[in-house]
Design a protein around this ligand. Structure first.
Ligand code: BG6
Ligand code: MG
Length: 215
């Protein structure tokens, strides 16, 4: 079934910023002497908001709200040091062509990212103008796996959630998409996702037809 809108997560789908998020959290955890592994990042932090991510890392330890704020700011500073160097070359291969193909087919494009850095990354990749709607971390309170960000993005492009396809690299994101009542496409290893309708190993050089879920 052809969707009327395709709603993309940003980090880890259209660009590899998920690696920069991991490296920034790892640096913060090292500063604090807290053990934190790449596997934990993949299972517990991928796609999850800033505060929720920190809550996982510091679980069981006591920190004041001021200390929590300072740590979130410090992680964001580390993340920004990496991200500000980004150029359009870091858009996934074939990304611009794919978004153009989707719009030519009369399908709306939108972003659903809980990152507060989303707009900056889109601008650095020079793809802001390829989206009909952009929902980011400033639009909703509840992070994925809550469906809010995908529902908000569907509203921006005036398409019912049932007519949307969501694209995600995180299991928390796939949960958000399914709870929103959308079709869900996972990007990454099959074992990562529980409820995806379809999984692609990579977004590199894919076409509209590859994204569609055959029903
Ligand atoms: C998501 C990332 O897109 O945004 C997460 O996958 C990140 O790793 C979250 O924690 C929040 O991002 P930010 O930029 O607001 O700290
Ligand atoms: Mg992601």
């Amino acid at each position: 079934m052809q969707p009327k809108a395709i709603i993309f997560d940003l980090d880890g789908v259209l660009t590899d910023t998920s690696e920069y998020h991991y490296q920034a959290w790892k640096k913060l955890a090292d500063d604090e002497g807290i053990p934190f592994t790449r596997e934990e990042n993949d299972t517990h932090l991928r796609g999850v908001g800033r505060r929720e991510s920190l809550a996982y890392i510091i679980r069981g330890r006591h920190y004041s709200e001021d200390q929590i704020q300072e740590m979130m700011d410090r992680k964001n500073k580390y993340y920004n040091e990496k991200v500000k160097q980004m150029t359009p070359k870091e858009l996934v291969a074939g990304g611009r062509e794919l978004l153009t193909e989707i719009r030519k087919a009369g399908i709306k494009t939108a972003i659903a990212s809980v990152s507060k850095n989303c707009q900056m990354v889109l601008d650095l990749l020079q793809i802001t103008d390829l989206f009909d709607g952009i929902a980011d971390g400033n639009c909703v309170m509840n992070s994925k796996p809550a469906p809010d960000i995908f529902v908000y993005a569907a509203g921006l492009v005036h398409v019912h959630t049932i007519d949307c396809l969501g694209v995600e690299d995180a299991n928390a994101g796939i949960e958000a998409i399914k709870t929103a009542g959308m079709q869900a496409l996972g990007i990454g290893p099959k074992e990562r996702f529980q409820r995806a309708d379809k999984v692609l190993a990579t977004m590199e050089n894919v076409h509209l037809q590859d994204l569609l879920i055959q029903k």
